[in-house]
Write a protein that binds this ligand. Structure first.
Ligand code: NDP
Length: 519
């Protein structure tokens, strides 16, 4: 089967892409698995050398990559350059520098008195073969955030890009041409059916980024197979603007946070709670900054027709509930595209409205005036999502205190959501925003699994806790319980210590002969 997509930016056909037949998916996974077994044996320095080559390729092809991302998603190419190309080159150098130390085995703590002559080390083994299923909104940067550390950690990957951005997906894989063993990074193209087949194939971990609805299906399928998954899902981020905030900075930051990538960002500002004493001034600044945005240069069209319909439905729902559309609120049709939507500001006071409760994923910023900080925190937390949030205030201490009360995986004070591009910090959410973590060494938690290796140099014929069980062993166990805190008094504890000293030689004798003694 072949599928085609039109550029949301120009409406032109982008050229057909071959979909992977469903029955071929298992074969791609098999090849990846075979390659992974050898790759895991390649010394880490060699793996780093291979993967590091990709950084130069990204930077050399910066313009071409940004153009392709623009063609497939409609986002301004400068956004693609900053958020996808440069950020991805940084991902390669970050992991190349860090991964050796992070994967170094570390010695496990084993108490030498209780467990004599034993030492243990914790190794971080690769998971094996990872299914990587990605959305269309950051089609270059998001897959690389996982591909780079996953490969360095010794895994194989089978990557399914979104069917909206298959060419960018192919380009991501091409960057590794000639630097990896054949089949180690496989690509399967197609829609949800191909994704579902991949999850059901012989993979060891699924790393999924996408909508909450699909993430739930993926998590179900993984639970059936008892394999782990990482799901990074949607968001409905709140920005809280306090009375003492720098209102110019807050307005500009909120507008960027809401409109960047035409709002098609999991960490977009999708709700603003502003102190009522500054609500009018702040809102006027947001409207002015929104009006100044240029269609095509600052904000592109929506990427898909389906997405435009969601945005229209949410704005209509808000209007029906009496909300005031202060700016925008309608589509923009140009010669090039019918998918434009005017950056929109809505004044609204309703919690159960679609525009406030559901992920909009469009260039719309809903503003709600609140009586005080408590109301702002309560309403910000009243969401099933919990990806990122921001607090805008001159009082950083207060901001930090509020941040700790917000139900979100990332909270920024006087900024919003920009950290998604930084390789060294964790990104992830709570609630229906999922539980995946990318960025920072914490990302290795799911890309590797711990293996404890213990070496025992004890030459005794038996350990204290081995057979034979005996009354002496029982008394010893009770004496230990008293010594470790179970004794009712200091005197009882001292008595227990004396008992341990007396019982240990008896137990040693039993262990030597293998015969229990009556004691
Ligand atoms: P979708 O959930 O629709 O799709 C995500 C991926 O899953 C696509 O590749 C899709 O294929 C595939 N897929 C669809 N059905 C299945 C299935 N049954 N089994 C396995 N895979 C399947 O998300 P979108 O592509 O629309 O992306 C937008 C969403 O992603 C938003 O909700 C956004 O918030 C979220 N997101 C979250 C991020 C985070 O870090 N938390 C970051 C970026 C986006 P196809 O598209 O080809 O149908």
């Amino acid at each position: 089967m072949v599928f085609a997509t039109k550029s949301p930016a120009t409406g032109k056909e982008l050229g057909a892409v071959e979909a992977t037949p469903l029955e071929d998916v298992a074969g791609v996974v098999r090849r990846a698995r075979a390659a992974q077994e050898k790759w895991a044996e390649v010394p880490i320095a060699k793996r780093i050398k291979a993967v590091s080559k990709v950084k130069k390729r990204i930077l050399e092809r910066a313009e071409e990559i940004a153009q392709l991302v623009h063609d497939e998603t409609g986002k301004p190419d400068v956004e693609a350059l900053l958020g996808e190309v440069l950020a991805s080159a940084d991902v390669v150098s970050y992991w190349a520098e860090l991964v050796t130390e992070e994967l170094e085995p570390f010695e496990a703590e084993i108490d030498a008195l209780s467990y004599p002559k034993k030492r243990g080390w914790v190794h971080r083994d690769p998971r094996g073969t990872i299914a990587l299923i990605m959305p269309w909104n950051f089609p270059f940067a998001l897959p690389l955030r996982t591909i780079v550390p996953a490969l360095l950690a010794g895994n194989a990957i089978v990557f399914k890009p979104s069917e909206i951005t298959p060419r960018t997906g192919e380009l991501v894989a091409q960057l590794f041409d000639g630097v990896l063993p054949d089949g180690l990074l496989g690509v399967v193209q197609g829609g949800g059916d191909v994704g579902a087949r991949l999850v059901d194939a012989d993979v060891d971990l699924v790393v999924f980024t996408g909508s909450t609805a699909t993430g739930r299906k993926v998590a179900h399928a993984c639970a059936e197979r008892l394999i782990p998954c990482s799901v990074e899902l949607g968001g409905k981020d709140a920005a809280i603007v306090l009375a003492d905030a720098d209102l110019d900075r807050a307005a500009n930051g909120v507008v960027w946070g809401a409109m960047m990538n035409a709002g098609q960002n999991c960490g977009a500002v999708e709700r603003v709670y502003v102190d009522k004493s500054v609500a009018d001034v702040f809102t006027a600044k947001v409207v002015a900054a929104t009006k100044a945005l240029r269609f095509g240069q600052d904000v592109g069209p929506l990427t898909t027709e389906a997405q435009r319909r969601v945005v229209e439905r949410h704005v209509a729902a808000a209007r029906a509930a009496g909300a005031e559309v202060l700016e925008g609120g309608e589509g923009i049709e140009s010669e090039a595209t019918a998918l434009g939507y005017r950056p929109t500001v809505v004044k609204i006071d309703a919690d159960d409205n679609a525009l406030i409760a559901d992920e909009t994923f469009g260039p719309v910023v809903p503003i709600t005036a609140v009586a005080d900080v408590e109301e702002a925190v309560r309403r910000a937390n009243a969401s099933r999502y919990g990806l990122t949030a921001s607090v805008w205030t001159a009082d950083v201490r207060l901001g930090e205190r509020l941040a700790r009360r917000l139900r979100a995986g990332v909270v920024t004070i006087n900024n919003h959501s920009f950290t998604g591009a930084i390789a060294s910090v964790p990104w992830g959410g709570v609630g229906e925003s999922g539980w995946g973590i990318t960025g920072s060494p914490l990302a290795l938690e799911h890309l590797t699994r711990p293996r404890l290796l213990v070496v025992d140099r004890n030459r005794a014929p038996r350990e204290t806790w081995w057979y034979p069980y005996s009354p002496t062993l029982r008394k010893l166990a009770l004496a230990f319980a008293a010594v470790r805190g179970g004794a009712a008094s200091l005197g009882a504890r001292i008595g227990a210590i004396i008992a341990v000293v007396g019982l240990l030689p008896k137990r040693m004798g039993e262990l030597k002969t293998g015969k229990p003694r009556e004691s």
